[in-house]
Design a protein around this ligand. Sequence first.
Ligand code: PDD
Length: 277
Amino acid sequence: MQLAMINDKIMAMEDVDSAYLDRGLFFGDGVYEVLRSYNGKIFALDDHFTRFANSLKAIEITSVDVADIRSKVLKAFDKAAIANAKIYFHITRGSGVRDHLPKADLKPNFFLTISELKDNPKLKNEGVAVSTYPDIRWKRCDIKSLNLLPNVLAKGDADKKGAWEAVFVNDDGLITEGSSSAFFGIVKGKLRTSPLKANILPSITRKYVELAANNIGLPTAEKSLTPKEAQVADELFLAVTTKDIIPVVKFDGQPIADAKPGKWTKLLIEEFKKFIA
Ligand code: PDD
């Protein structure tokens, strides 16, 4: 007979909850967003939904009404009533018998969580360590897809090395981005980060960091750094929605400059606050 087994429990196929048959689980066939609120206001909501719409289009999920997803997110956010919230949501292509070729009439699945974002001033005040990891990802990292296994393995490797984040290095020996963050350096008085064409996620925090840099008269050069350049940079930092800017003070076990958050990084952290206010 056709059957299914979930952990130790055997059951008939018809008794399997459709969540187990989600294409997001079988194939990572879905896209997601992570947003945050500051003091009760969601930050960069439009930016996130523009990127989300681009991700859906890129993987040809066409039956989702993005405006409806937006209203769901806002309704859940109001209900949760968390001032500094992390909002996660994804859309998968839907649930069904495992087949690479999706059935034409699949109904996409929507899933959301809202949780409290705990501030961790130590990260900003002291900075973090990062370690490098080969960028073994696919060629469409511009899509915020659920295909995050390389990111998970990279993060695990960093953790084993006592680092807070992994930084991907591609086959050309260039740093692209963190496993779940954008990567920046300050080199010879310029802000350096990978160009969007370098197979990275169009990070929203990255966009606001560049705006902040412009506001404080720090020129930006969208040119990837090599690990060697990063090692001798004046400053390094990471950028991500949930933590905005995090100074990096150690790179592959070696200190960056005086192993303290750099002056430009601190100025950018201050300037970034103006977007929040
Ligand atoms: N990740 N690069 C990657 C690979 C990411 O996964 C993320 C964010 C970023 C930063 O993007 P943004 O500034 O839009 O948050 C860059 C989210 C937070 C996550 O997967 O949890």
